[in-house]
Unconditional design. Sequence first.
Lengths: 515, 256
Amino acid sequence: MDKRNTWWQAHRPTTRRLAQLYCALLYNANLKGFVEGKIYTGNVKAACVPGLNCYSCPGAVAACPLGALQNAAASAGTHAGTYILGILMLFGVMLGRTICGWLCPMGLIQELLHKIPTPKIRKSRVTRVLSWLKYAVLAVFVMALPLWYGVRHGLPLPAFCKYICPAGTLEGAAGLLVNEKNADLFSMLGILFTRKWVILLVIGLACVFCYRSFCRFLCPLGAIYGFFSRFALIGVRVDPKACIHCGACVKNCRMDVRHVGDHECIHCGECMNGCPTGAIAVKAGRVILKASDRSCGLTGKTVSAREQTKRRRIGAAVWAVLLMVLAGALVYFNLIAPSAQESPLQVVQSGRTDTEEQETVSEVVAPEEVLTVGSAVGEQMADFTVETVGGGNFHLLEQRGRVTMINLWATYCGPCVQELPYFCQLVQEHPEVAVLAVHSSMVTEDDIPGYLAGKNWEGLTFAVDTADGQVFRTVGGDNVLPRTIVLNSRGVVIYNQAGSVTYEKLEALLQEAQN
Amino acid sequence: MKKRKLFLWIQAALCVLLCVLFSAEMIHMYTEGRTLREAGDLSVWIFTREKVVQKLTELLPLFLLELVFLLTSLFWNRGGREVLPADAESVRDLICGKVNNQSESMRKERSRQRKLAVYGRAGAAACLIPVVLYMVNPSHFESTELETVMASLLLHIVPWISMALGLLSVTEVLREKSMVRETEAAKAQIREERISGSETKPESAYKEKKTSVRTWAQAAMLLIAVALILHGIFNGSMQDVLIKAIHICTECIGLG
């Protein structure tokens, strides 16, 4: 019995671990997304979570602050991203790097990986130096590259997400790919996917041997919150009257701190137990949130039994409220929450865009072929009309007799902007092909014609989808961009896939359509 | 104890092996698919669900073995915290704080530490100059062939950043050694002072920090943050965040 108690004492989850688990669940409260293989698209996603949690994770209910910051840097040419700057500043001033220690799901994953019993690499002067690397990552990958490419080339480049972020690979890519309903996403996997998985594995392995490797050496979000370490309202504080400067706190800390509460301190509070005088406590202003129960050797103060009971009661009440919030979030996001736009991903799988379109059409195809209307390969694309940029209309039915390519894109989608020149090249070399590029109805820039004026994309017909997303729905588009649909001269879909295309791929598709 | 160490090393080897094999499988799948594509078959998918499942199944025995080791360790491990070495700087500050008169060797070591810090930082700053020069040159970022741009960028900045970090690491290690020597000198000085009968220095008096400036800064920052958020709601940057968040950014999550 005693042995079991000892084991439990050693392994029971700490308050911090429970808080990390709680946050991971709260940030990813859209559990039905994992089952359906879709992401949550409600308006709540305009809010940001404080920790690193990919917004392309099927469970994510709010935006990732780093992704949003890169997006803001990319669109700095049109308007300043003051919203995300304000959010980061608010989180920084309120919590600082307490977020890293208590509220970040990536922190939880790293700490769990470090629990695997292996020989460990301890902190040293070298790891302290390496901790400066995250500031270089912040400057180059989060700020400079997105800002330059966004402003100069109008090309959104979320460089950190694209080349480094393990959260996106683990939560977003793996979260979507494990669902059978998203089997078509495999079509776009290539070098980027391979590289990011290898990076994820390397980071994971580093975390097994070295405590919070990603957080300490690479995470730009930690670097941002580190700027606010002097000003954060909540965090670990040392009582200078009780401190004997023994250095036990720095010795026991596994982060690369010089002193408690500096820019490397994640305010985990583990130093509280090692402090011989009980001088350390987690405080919000002057209110003590968490403190060691041990007596204070220097001042002689002890925490009375009454005080301990009071603390326990307050803690229980706080947890009760938090659990109610979590239950409310789970009910709301899984049963009640409306989506900002209905994703037709499931519909695409079955090859139907609308039940009323399931009727057969025979007047537009050869009499011996009776095709169903739909957007899946082998089906007849339903007719639609859309107003083009610069005036006029595009009728799909009018394009019968020639190969038609429909590209779904958006200005804020990097791969979309990168592949449109290939379509221009195709039209120049094969003028008989009709190409319609439809911008998502969710427009960040009011001036799409202005954006297009700055580009030399000649030969393509541009349109913006209707507010209710009629074109996207008809052609089988969803919230995965870019998507290319190729119709042969009879209007039959021969290709409909999300993901980037190359010029060679387009030529091959054209040949296939012409045959 | 030996058994425990052996267990840890086996566990470490298993982790490394799993990651290496998984990476190798991924790279193999990619090169295989790529070869087929280069042969002209553009309809081939480099990765398919079936291929990935098959490769993962091949790794399953190793994964299960790792799981068994993990579960074993859960019951074996008594959960004690690893003992970390004392921080040389903290120890130095603690010991040197008790010395009344600094000895010559202590002064020398302290001066050496200062010099090393300055040299290290100056060297690192010098190494970062080529990085900054590369970053501010627009001609390096004119191309939209991002793979080429990134490869060139990494090729030009990684060696310099590595050199800067290496230089800082070397100076930090030397400083640490100097700190240890200074601590030893301080201990000897304390012993001498005790023998000579001089009183030990009292604990440094607590200095009340001025908190009012910080409070004002916090309040100002909070106000600025709220103002920025409100501005963002009206200038469309909140809408930006929403739109980006409700679309799956395929390249952000590494899909392609």
